[in-house]
Design a protein around this ligand. Structure first.
Ligand SMILES: [Zn+2]
Length: 199
């Protein structure tokens, strides 16, 4: 495992293996990029990080420092051990997919986090895994007092980061979200690179 800076190219995904106890730092290089994130049990991708199970354990909708994200079998998977990005991450919104872009009026192929997940897992020889609801790092989906939600640009600053510690042997996947039709990746709707390092 290299400690040097690795890229998650704009509009693309990357999968990496993490051993229990290792941590990965995800850097919002330009400050405006949402990074959809998934984790799978390295021995059994049928166990995966689950937002609905995590919210029930954290007792909130946005993970905060020290919170542990849980699997669909309610076991600890990733703990948020550093966060200087402003602490705004989303657990409510599904990964973008071809259907989302079709609904938004796009015609023809559009990259998506759902496809990026499948391609990234395939790069490690994992196929057929489902697309769990992602942990949307840096994604700003405020929940109003009336329960309403809205899509807003990230509050993170360039170079800010989160660090996640693996609580079991994992495959983790990150997608630099290719959404360019609504301003989740900044007001200019421009997907950009993100980076990561592994401790
Ligand atoms: Zn996306």
């Amino acid at each position: 495992m290299a400690e040097e800076l690795q890229v998650v190219p704009a509009r693309r995904g990357r999968a990496v293996r993490l051993a229990k106890g290792q941590a990965i730092q995800i850097i919002n290089t330009h400050g405006s990029q949402v990074v959809d994130s998934w984790a799978f049990n390295a021995q059994d991708p049928g166990e995966f990080m689950s937002m609905e199970h995590s919210r029930g354990a954290m007792l909130r909708v946005n993970p905060q420092l020290g919170d542990t994200l849980r699997s669909n079998r309610r076991r600890p998977m990733l703990t948020l051990v550093e966060d200087n990005s402003g602490g705004i991450h989303d657990t409510l919104i599904a990964a973008c997919d071809r259907y989302r872009y079709e609904q938004l009026g796009h015609v023809g192929h559009h990259d998506s986090c759902t496809d990026n997940l499948a391609h990234a897992l395939a790069s490690l020889g994992v196929t057929g895994a489902e697309t769990p609801s992602p942990l949307n790092l840096f994604m700003n989906i405020p929940v109003g007092a009336d329960g309403s939600v809205s899509f807003q640009p990230p509050v993170s600053t360039p170079g800010s980061h989160v660090r996640l510690k693996a609580e079991m042997d994992l495959i983790v996947v990150f997608s630099a979200c290719p959404q360019d039709l609504v301003p989740v990746n900044g007001a200019d709707c421009m997907p950009r690179d993100a980076h990561y390092t592994i401790d």
